[in-house]
Design a protein around this ligand. Structure first.
Ligand SMILES: CC(C)(COP(=O)(O)OP(=O)(O)OC[C@H]1O[C@@H](n2cnc3c(N)ncnc32)[C@H](O)[C@@H]1OP(=O)(O)O)[C@@H](O)C(=O)NCCC(=O)NCCS
Length: 183
């Protein structure tokens, strides 16, 4: 184990180097669990995406794209380039999800992250971000990239994890800010 993991930083769940070196530091609230997404979770994910206040943060997400990620993940296991994770409450309700893709050029793309409106601000998003960053590092990825619409509150969220804005992208309907995290 590296010095950073055994020293004081390690006890805090942090690795040397500040926010861009975060390992898993956030716990899920009691009674909640995380696992790979399954086909039966897709309606729950779509509900999170389409809820009143979340809707504007997401682009158009097709169920077939989510289903494809599930299929690859199930067939290829940990080797899969597709990654769809869900957080479930005690009753089995999907309360959060995250979809990413490990590209062959060493960059992972975070496609979406979403938390049910009634569960926002309880640390679940941070848990999923930390988990993804740790998984990318374990896999030897070089960067984690994402895009989020200009003007949305989420622009203040990603820099917490060490993301830097690297440019903008003109989408079909709106302009998106591009962020990258060096892993
Ligand atoms: C952004 C999001 C994933 C964060 O997850 P979360 O579980 O609510 O956030 P956490 O509990 O881990 O972190 C809470 C902190 O983030 C801030 N935060 C919460 N929602 C936020 C948002 N939409 N944008 C920016 N910051 C946000 C809170 O103010 C809080 O800050 P504090 O710790 O200083 O009080 C979640 O709020 C969400 O799904 N939002 C709507 C969809 C969205 O914006 N998705 C990202 C673009 S695809």
């Amino acid at each position: 184990m590296s010095k950073a993991k055994t020293g004081k930083l390690g006890q805090l769940g942090l690795m040397k180097g500040g926010p861009s070196c975060i390992s898993q530091r956030q716990r899920l609230p009691a009674g909640f669990s995380v696992r790979d997404g399954e086909l039966e979770d897709l309606s729950g994910i779509i509900r999170i995406v389409n809820s009143k206040n979340n809707r504007l943060s997401f682009g158009w997400i097709q169920k077939v794209v989510l289903a494809d990620a599930v299929k690859h993940q199930q067939e290829e296991g940990t080797l899969s380039q597709h990654r769809l994770r869900v957080v479930i409450d005690r009753e089995g309700r999907v309360v959060a999800f995250q979809r990413a893709y490990h590209r062959q050029d060493g960059e992972t793309t975070l496609h979406e992250i979403g938390v049910a409106e009634d569960m926002q601000g309880t640390g679940i998003g941070t848990y999923l971000m930390d988990e993804l960053i740790a998984a990318c590092r374990k896999r030897g990825m070089k960067t984690l990239g994402l895009k989020t619409p200009v003007g949305m509150r989420s622009n203040t969220y990603y820099p917490r994890f060490g993301f830097k804005q690297v440019g903008t992208y003109k989408g079909r309907k709106r302009v998106l800010n591009c962020y990258k995290l060096e892993l």
